[in-house]
Ligand binder design. Structure first.
Ligand SMILES: Cc1ncc(COP(=O)(O)O)c(C=O)c1O
Length: 426
């Protein structure tokens, strides 16, 4: 099983049989709240009939067609609708099948762009400590979570990392964005001084780091990162695999923070988690730079058998329609204060050393047990599951990201179950 303690799980499995709205039903018939929207992806809630119908229709109309040298209209239709909600200027779309593939695609596009623009010395890729960019060799290499890296000695060469922004001493229990740490963006200058800007292709960051424990960017940090990338001719990639499609209360984090990167990676919420699909959004500048040479020539030697899979596109189109009708891409903004208050009400619960919340996502960090990092949060997760709530844990941080259709009363339920679990596990 992926990212699972296999032997522990098999000794004591947690199995889901069905799902509807914000609830799962376990194989033994218990209803549990999905406090993490699957893996941050089921933004419109489970069991959406419109998506199921669109998928089933598409399977009979066109179940598959390649996207190499042939196309199908639904892919272009979906790309256009995505471009319409993407941050201004990022209206070129490349389809993948997952977040990891989106990341590797964006990194490759960045390299290809510089080469096409006559800057082929720009090959270095910069990630950030504590970043998560999926599990491909590219994403793993620019990622910064030690357990995802240490067993796999072979990383991409020419990768470096800026420092992370997590600073409990200065920012614990911040409401809104942390006040301290914008200057950490200046770490880009350190790497420019070390390697030379003419060797650096791109900097990739999650605007809000998710899998490493919901780390919010310090006030002004992303703006500073953008300015430094501009100054040095470096492309800025936002990995929005989690933050894309409404998680922060805006369509993308780029909208929320008012900072436009050169490339955005996405997946997850793009199809409400129903059918695997990812998309990379690129600026016209990047796209157009690649559209050179003889027109008979393939411009980007990259793609997947299932790029723009028609069934996934159908699921995506139906998902976008639900998001539009139910205003889900901005609903998080309406609930953000309520959510933030609810999460911060857990301050003072045993072992809670920080709470971070933004949009409809939150991280609740617990102190680790001596010599047993992660075990406390794991116990909280099991306790919650047994009492009606699915949460996601990473290390000793509890990461919450409910479906965007959640109601206030359901947020209260989450807080009650979680608060009780924190007391019991203490
Ligand atoms: C920011 C980020 N990038 C990339 C990925 C990888 O996505 P996938 O698991 O679909 O490959 C994830 C998954 O959680 C993610 O959070």
């Amino acid at each position: 099983m992926p990212f699972t303690a296999n032997r522990q799980f098999k000794a004591e499995p947690r199995l889901i049989a069905s799902a509807e709205g914000i609830h799962y039903t376990t194989v033994d018939g218990r209803k549990v709240i999905d406090g993490s929207a699957g893996l941050w992806c089921v933004n419109a809630g489970h069991g959406r009939r419109e998506i199921a119908d669109a998928v089933s229709r598409q399977l009979m109309a066109l179940d598959y067609a390649p996207s190499f040298q042939i196309g199908h209209p639904i892919a272009f239709d979906f790309a256009e609708k995505l471009a319409a909600i993407a941050p201004a200027g990022l209206d070129r779309v490349f389809f993948t099948n997952s977040g990891s593939e989106s990341v590797d695609t964006a990194l490759k596009i960045a390299l290809a762009y510089h080469r096409a623009a006559g800057q082929s010395t720009r090959t270095r890729l910069i990630g950030r400590e504590r970043g998560y960019h999926g599990v491909g060799f590219g994403g793993m290499s620019v990622g910064g979570m030690v357990n995802n890296r240490r067993a796999f000695a072979t990383h991409l060469p020419g990768v470096d990392h800026i420092s992370h922004t997590h600073d409990l001493a200065r920012n614990a229990f911040s409401r809104g964005l942390p006040a301290h740490g914008a200057e950490l963006a200046d770490d880009v200058e350190r790497l420019v001084a070390l390697h030379g800007s003419e060797t650096i292709a791109a900097v990739i960051v999650e605007p809000v780091a998710g899998s490493t424990g919901v780390l919010l960017p310090p006030q002004g940090y992303l703006q500073r990162l953008r300015a430094l990338c501009d100054k040095h001719g470096i492309l800025l990639i936002f990995d929005e695999v989690i933050t894309g499609f409404g998680r922060l209360g805006a369509p993308f984090a780029a909208n929320y923070f008012g900072v436009t990167p050169d490339l955005i990676t996405s997946a997850k919420g793009i199809t409400n988690g129903t059918i695997p699909l990812g998309a990379v959004f690129a600026s016209r500048k990047i796209h157009d730079a690649l559209m050179v040479g003889p027109t008979s020539q393939i411009e980007l030697f990259h793609g997947y058998t299932y790029s723009a899979h028609p069934v996934a596109c159908a699921a995506g189109l139906a998902t976008l329609e639900i998001y539009r009708k139910e205003n889900l891409l901005t609903r998080g903004a309406e609930l953000a204060d309520y959510w933030q208050d609810a999460m911060h009400s857990l301050r003072g619960s045993p072992n809670v050393i920080d709470i971070r919340a933004i949009g409809l996502v939150a991280g609740i960090e617990l102190s680790s047990r001596p010599d047993a990092a992660g075990s406390r949060a794991y116990d909280v997760m099991v306790d919650c599951f047994n009492r009606g709530l699915v949460i996601r844990v990473t290390g000793d941080t509890i990461a919450m990201s409910p479906p965007l259709i959640i109601e206030r009363s359901q947020i209260d339920e989450i807080v009650t179950i979680l608060g009780d679990a924190l007391k019991r596990v203490a």
